[in-house]
Design a protein around this ligand. Structure first.
Ligand SMILES: C[S@@+](CC[C@H](N)C(=O)[O-])C[C@H]1O[C@@H](n2cnc3c(N)ncnc32)[C@H](O)[C@@H]1O
Length: 372
């Protein structure tokens, strides 16, 4: 859907874009001609430390709507073995294959859940997935069941055909709005609660050490009531309070110098959101206040740290690289995303923060008796 802009606003955007492009060309040229190289910041946060690897415990997982692998990585690090992943976007499937060459990744038409038959996966312990959240997110205009991107019925069909011991589904917290109460009852609870005991809860990524304000709702279902009763909602590990680790803040996490202020970043926008291929991670106008206070420039995110350093914004703030955004989302730097900058930001901004996925997966493994 096109943006609603006046001709005057369009003209301002056009002029800004041309000025910015010219400046980029000039800076790149100057960089090519000079022998002095900047020292690039190195990240201080290694997200692997937020999800210490658990050895495989024998539980298997089937991943739907796998995207760039946030949920998958969290399950992987908590000891689950994936039997297959399904994702309709080729570029996401390429990311999964590049990082885990031994995974059975179905991408493109082969990864479209609409075409998939699930009975052959009977015996798999867990089905997990984050059906596209645009039908319930503000950016996606909240059309719910009327949105053709509503894939909840496909997730439910998979669970009913595979009959896993447990399932984990994730989505934007907007799904818990009163306006979607009927949708949740009809599309999730009614078809599944006859066979599964379902728990629903919201987790905040910053409370699990991720340097970003990001909330997600989880639906976790167990076929066995005793296992459901053993499941506990993961408790926060970071924040203020006794026994908690301090929040990981944004500037510190990506290795920037102190400026007397630091905090987590606002929720990152996905590069797949909206009609344009965007390299801005700004989610709302209001969030620009927070980015400005952090002295971080969230538009025109560059593919590499070097490229970002060569091309600082006019106000002198730190220009983001895709690597910085990966850290803000809780992805370890070893996890490489395939594709152009907007596709990388699309995969990052669509994902479940891996440390949050890890916490949920670990608690599911405990409930299923695979680990203590
Ligand atoms: C919210 S994202 C999931 C992100 C993922 N759980 C993660 O943590 O990285 C939803 C994904 O569903 C994919 N998708 C949408 N329709 C699909 C379909 N019919 N079959 C398979 N995947 C689909 C989208 O391409 C997108 O990558």
């Amino acid at each position: 859907m096109p943006y609603q802009l006046t001709e005057e606003q369009r003209q301002v955007y056009r002029e800004t874009s041309i000025r910015s492009q010219l400046r980029k060309i000039e800076l790149l040229q100057r960089h090519a001609e000079t022998t002095v190289r900047r020292r690039l910041p190195t990240a201080r946060l290694d997200p692997n430390t937020l999800m210490p690897g658990i050895l495989p415990h024998g539980l298997t997982a089937l991943s739907l709507f796998s995207g760039g692998g946030g949920l998958d990585l969290g399950f992987d690090r908590s000891g689950f073995e994936h039997v297959a992943s399904y994702e309709v976007l080729d570029i996401c499937a390429q990311t999964l294959k590049a990082n885990r060459p031994h995974w059975a990744v179905n991408g493109g038409a082969a990864g479209d859940v609409i075409n998939a038959g699930w009975r052959r996966y009977r015996g798999v312990d867990i089905v997990h997935g984050g059906p596209p959240c645009q039908p319930f997110s503000i950016a996606g205009r909240q059309e719910g069941a009327n949105d053709p991107r509503n894939m909840w019925p496909q997730f439910v069909r998979c669970v009913l055909e595979v009959r896993p011991r447990a399932f984990v589904a994730e989505n934007v917290p907007g799904l818990l709005d009163d306006k979607f109460a009927e949708f949740v009852t009809e599309n999730i609870l009614v078809p599944l609660s006859g066979r599964y005991t379902i728990k629903r809860f919201v987790l905040s990524a910053d409370e699990f050490g991720v340097p970003q304000a990001r909330k997600r709702v989880f639906f976790v279902g167990f076929r066995n009531r005793r296992e459901a009763n053993r499941f506990t909602v993961p408790e926060r590990t970071h924040g203020e309070g006794h026994g908690l680790m301090p929040q990981n803040t944004a500037r510190h996490s990506i290795g920037l110098a102190p400026i007397g202020f630091d905090s987590v970043v606002p929720t990152l926008r996905s590069g797949f959101t909206g009609p344009r291929k965007t390299t801005s991670v700004v989610n709302s106008k209001a969030s620009m206040i927070a980015w400005n206070r952090l002295e971080i420039w969230p538009h025109g995110v560059q593919t590499t740290r070097e490229q970002a350093a060569i091309y600082p914004p006019e106000n002198g703030h730190h220009r983001l690289s895709a690597a910085d955004c990966g850290i803000f989302q809780g992805f370890p730097e070893q996890w490489k995303f395939e594709g152009a900058a907007y596709q990388v930001l699309g995969q990052i901004g669509n994902s479940v923060c891996p440390p949050v996925a890890y916490a949920v997966a670990k608690h599911v493994a405990v409930a299923l008796g695979a680990i203590e």
